[in-house]
Design a protein around this ligand. Structure first.
Ligand code: ZN
Ligand code: ZN
Length: 186
């Protein structure tokens, strides 16, 4: 199901709607980093309509799972999207000469409704995606993994930091023994 408001339900006095939106879009749109932690996310909408113009204030809250980009441990985060949006009547945006469209064309916070419904699902998804960090952390102070031995430094300490030479990519060469070359047979 998509997130729709029926234009006929709206008037100049603000009306509140508590809806929800399925999170199946997450796999395709953010699935390389995030998974949806709930099948549906709550969306609170306040809407008014004056003439053909629908104004909405939207608040959506979603919980996502991810693997920490430093330590790879699973973690979850809550993401909030809060925005205002205007829907103008069908055909009002691309006209450019219509009086209702004046000043609206270049504004991302304005789009058209189809005369029957205002579609909110894509807007909510876009705003939530904007809030998602590209490299999420389990905690701001996550210590990550030791680059040498792979120990999760949030859970344990390793001796690597005490031996700074071990960090050098050449450290292993210090213990590398070269075998005598085989005599070349003619
Ligand atoms: Zn972490
Ligand atoms: Zn280590």
């Amino acid at each position: 199901m998509t997130l729709l408001l029926k234009i006929a339900d709206l008037s100049a006095s603000p009306r509140q709607f508590d809806r929800d939106l399925a999170t199946d879009w997450c796999a395709e749109r953010a699935g390389d980093v995030y998974t949806a932690a709930q099948p549906r996310l709550p969306v609170a909408i306040t809407a008014t309509k004056v003439a053909e113009v629908v104004q909405v204030q939207v608040r959506a809250k979603a919980r996502f799972g991810f693997a920490c980009s430093r330590c790879a441990e699973p973690a979850e985060c809550d993401v909030h999207a809060e925005f205002d949006h205007h829907f103008v009547g069908p055909g009002k945006l691309d006209a450019g000469d219509g009086q209702d469209a004046a000043g609206f064309d270049a504004d991302p916070d304005v789009s058209e409704h189809d005369g029957v419904h205002a579609h909110l699902d894509e807007l909510v998804i876009e705003y939530l995606l904007l809030e998602l960090p590209s490299a999420p952390l389990c905690a701001p102070a996550c210590k990550g993994l030791c680059v040498t031995c792979g120990t999760n430094l949030n859970q344990a300490t390793c001796g690597c930091a005490a031996q700074p030479e071990a960090l050098s990519p050449w450290a292993k060469l210090a213990h590398f023994q070269v075998s005598p070359a085989e005599p070349v047979r003619a």
